[in-house]
Design a protein around this ligand. Sequence first.
Ligand SMILES: [Fe+2]
Length: 283
Amino acid sequence: MEINQYNLTDAVKDSFKAKDDARFTLLLETMLDHLHDFVRETSLTHEEWMGILNFLYDCGKISTPERHEFILLSDVLGLSALVDMINTRGGATEGSNLGPFYLDNAPVKALGAHIADDRPGATVLCMGQVRDTLGHPLPGAVVDTWQADGAGTYPIQEEGQDKYDLRAKFTCDDEGRYFYTTVLPMPYTVPYDGPVGKLLRAGDRHAWRAAHLHYIVGAPRMRPITTEVFFANTDYLDNDAVFGVRDSLIGKVVRIKRGEELGVEVEKQPDAKLAFDFVLAPA
Ligand SMILES: [Fe+2]
């Protein structure tokens, strides 16, 4: 059969002979359908196609172990948010962006630790409970957190800084509680000195993210969640550059009054506190 612009898609699918991995076949064939239809529906020109390929080439070229431009691209196109949304389990805390700055070997710290060394900014007590969807606490749950500083910078972005600062893994106590102090992170721009930045400028979009704390929370036999916690009444909640904000993920930072009982032992006296509970669904 002669190949033409309409039967080409099926011909390419058929060229992949091994079909024993059903999931792989589904992903590949659906991707081919959408990619080919994209070309047909837009009557894509050679110049436009080369422009797309060169854009992807530039994304690869600027990427390093510390900077993953393709994650950023996925974020600003809302793809990361979509994957998070469709993978959120009923009753569990909603998922949100992993972002490009995660390191999987954050230092393990004791509950109550201050994770921001002597960085400037308001000291906030972050605390809460990890529960299952039936409301039972999950003792031993692990809370892995990372964040920007009080100027909106991740230590990993700046030469000479300890990239493990502002990161920690905590094991929850017998009641599934976590608590630690840190500096309140400020909003920051996603890196826009590369190809993704060019894309944002071309679309007259800003690069600001609403201020947030990153979390990965897991417990034995539970499905781990990757999410972010935002702060009420702060900038960019309505127009976060990576579409990460969900109403259920907005916590409230409240001032700690003089002499107020914290209810937990902490290394450093906080100025304010943020209570946020996480709910995990069974694996
Ligand atoms: Fe972030």
